[in-house]
Design a protein around this ligand. Structure first.
Ligand SMILES: Cc1cc2nc3c(=O)[nH]c(=O)nc-3n(C[C@H](O)[C@H](O)[C@H](O)COP(=O)(O)OP(=O)(O)OC[C@H]3O[C@@H](n4cnc5c(N)ncnc54)[C@H](O)[C@@H]3O)c2cc1C
Length: 581
């Protein structure tokens, strides 16, 4: 039997796999991934990874920036552990071969990043995720015993009596369905940006892991906190990394004016602020965009209103040295050259602060089930993640989950209970029935793509940058109804080989579960904090809501939302202050 089965071959999953292999080479480890590991979304990270290394910076300052950036919703014990271990992980990565960019004297180069008051973001030009994932992938190859299920899609967790016993997965190439028994499972399935219509997230980011855990009774945490990144290319949603602003880029409105000087990085302010304003936190910058739009100072395009990112003053040499990928993306996808042209940008859904509720070691309330990376909520990101904290997060907590799962697997050697076999058989029948739905006799039901679009627009309308209670309440109902309709969705392909329609259907069902939790948590939180801004409750309310949202799936399938206290260690809640000269 497999000791540690990891679902996900991105940064968190591969880091966990190496940790297990290093803990005890005798343990049997497997990595199941619906895409070839190097195609996981981690590969597309551009800007960098935060970790204290530069002279004059301190661990406490990184903690404080993260906690205030997260509007005091982070668990501070988790942040302290994260900040202390992040530099060690980045150095470890260097030893495994990650080519961090360097200063001319040979020291690791760091760049400023949004909401970080000191320079602490390590980078490998603007292809950090590519190098990070490559480094981890090649390191896993040292351990020949790591079993890989590439392009296998996990459809169910096998859970009996509060304890996980493995998964059911289908091989996308052949349609083969297998029960894979395991002593522990680590979910490292990434985020779920695809629940929104306009996102930087790869098509694979459909929240499967969150849905798998939620369906089996594990709660999700802080799902209402959805990060909009202020600079996505219109139409494609491709990200223009924050590094472009870190290297000196400006945001200007339709009058060519650096409008952020009029905002307290979000709310209009009478006192102009000039310094570092483009490097405010992402929630505030995205909110400032909405204010500009309301004032008629954005530019209308067929793909929505935009402002401009101006890099022209940086010059060709700096752009090519520091952010070559930005130039490549602009040329390929926008047919313009940032050395001479303005880049049209608008806010785009980028990251989920919420996820599967875990402790500091990735453990969920289901025994033997762990979660790490973007699919988990430890929580270090609170109400708003700071850019460049996610890559070190997947390393630090991927490793921690790997070590914890390895220890659990060594202590719990019991055989799997018979109930698990029958669960596996039930799941096989369910999948076969769904696929059979694709027989020609079936011209009924709605198209998967139509239901998906309806879900995405419902969620954007209700849980976008600004939200109100009545619209959210309607969205919860609409999403519940869409979930039922998705059970009857039309399938046109009953083949076994590469049945991507079946995968799309299963992903849609995952996304609908998640979308509903986002709307329900947003409705329940009657305050404004970080990325969650309610026009009907515009102030932060620490008395009632200095707490995580915890959402369980009720037996009738509806989300049931409660609150969980935040862990405060050394930093009492205060005001978020940025960009003061
Ligand atoms: C464009 C972009 C740029 C970014 N830039 C930065 C940056 O500069 N700095 C930073 O800190 N963060 C950045 N982020 C965020 C960061 O990259 C991600 O949060 C992080 O890489 C997520 O890693 P992960 O391992 O949790 O998930 P992923 O890398 O998304 O991997 C998820 C894995 O789960 C597998 N999987 C999912 N569902 C299933 C299933 N049902 N069955 C089997 N396998 C499954 C997938 O195949 C995949 O291997 C960026 C994000 C984006 C989208």
């Amino acid at each position: 039997m497999i000791d540690v089965l990891i679902v996900g071959g991105g940064g968190a999953g591969l880091r966990a796999a190496v940790a297990v292999a290093e803990t005890d080479p005798a343990l049997k480890v497997a990595v199941v991934s619906k895409v070839y590991p190097m195609r996981s979304h981690t590969v597309s990270a551009e800007g960098g990874a935060a970790g204290v290394i530069a002279p004059g910076d301190t661990l406490d300052e990184h903690c404080y920036d993260t906690i205030s950036g997260g509007d005091w919703l982070c668990d501070q014990d988790a942040v302290e552990a994260f900040v202390a271990e992040a530099p060690k992980e980045l150095i470890q990565l260097e030893h495994w071969g990650c080519p961090w960019s360097r200063e001319s004297d040979g020291r690791v180069a760091v760049r400023p990043f949004g909401g970080m008051k000191k320079m602490r973001t390590w980078y490998a030009a603007d292809k950090t995720g590519f190098h990070l994932l490559h480094t981890l992938f090649q390191t896993t190859l040292k351990y020949q015993d790591i079993i890989r299920y590439d392009e296998w899609y996990v459809t169910k967790l096998l859970v009996d009596d509060g304890r996980v016993h493995g998964v059911v997965a289908t091989e996308i190439r052949t349609g083969r369905i297998e029960t894979i028994p395991a002593r522990t499972v680590i979910l490292a399935t990434g985020g779920c940006g695809r629940v929104f219509p306009f996102t930087t997230n790869a098509a694979v980011k459909t929240g499967d892991g969150m849905a798998l855990a939620y369906r089996e009774g594990a709660p999700l945490k802080d799902m209402e906190f959805v990060q909009y990144h202020p600079t996505g290319l219109p139409f494609t949603g491709i990200l223009i990394t924050e590094a472009a602003r870190a290297e000196g880029g400006w945001l200007i409105n339709k009058d060519g004016y650096r409008y952020l000087q009029d905002y307290d990085l979000g709310k209009p302010t009478p006192t102009p602020r000039l310094r570092s304003m483009e490097l405010g936190p992402r929630d505030r910058l995205s909110q400032a965009f909405v204010h500009e739009q309301r004032q008629g100072r954005t530019v209308d395009t067929p793909y929505g209103p935009v402002v401009y990112l101006d890099l022209r003053h940086l010059g060709e040499a700096k752009i090519d040295a520091r952010i070559p990928f930005v130039r490549e993306l602009c040329r390929s996808y926008q047919n313009l050259d940032p050395a001479t042209d303005l880049i049209p940008v608008r806010p785009v859904v980028h990251y989920m602060m919420g996820g599967v509720h875990t402790d500091l070691h990735g453990a969920t309330p289901i025994a033997g089930l762990y979660a790490a990376g973007e699919t988990a909520c430890v929580s270090i990101n609170g109400a708003n993640r700071l850019g460049s904290n996610s890559l070190p997060e997947i390393l630090v907590f991927g490793r921690r989950a790997g070590i914890a799962a390895a220890a659990f697997a060594k202590e719990h050697r019991e055989a799997e209970p018979p109930a698990v076999r029958s669960q596996g058989e039930d799941e096989r029948r369910r999948l076969e029935r769904a696929r059979e739905g694709g027989r020609p006799r079936n011209g009924r039901g709605e198209r998967i793509a139509d239901l998906r679009e309806r879900m995405q627009h419902t969620l954007e309308g209700a849980a976008g940058i600004y939200r109100t209670g009545d619209v959210l309440a309607k969205a919860v109902d609409t999403l519940a109804e869409l979930r039922e309709r998705a059970e009857e969705a039309r399938m046109e392909d009953s083949s076994t080989a590469f049945n991507t329609e079946l995968i799309n259907l299963l992903e849609l069902r995952s996304m609908l579960e998640i979308a509903q939790t986002i709307a329900a948590c947003a409705l329940n939180r009657e305050e404004s904090r970080g990325a969650h801004q309610r026009t009907d409750f515009s102030a932060r309310d620490d008395a009632a809501f200095l707490a995580h949202s915890l959402v369980h799936r009720a037996p009738d399938g509806t989300p049931s939302v409660g609150l969980l206290p935040v862990t405060i260690t050394r930093w009492p809640p205060g005001e978020r202050v940025y960009g003061r000269d």
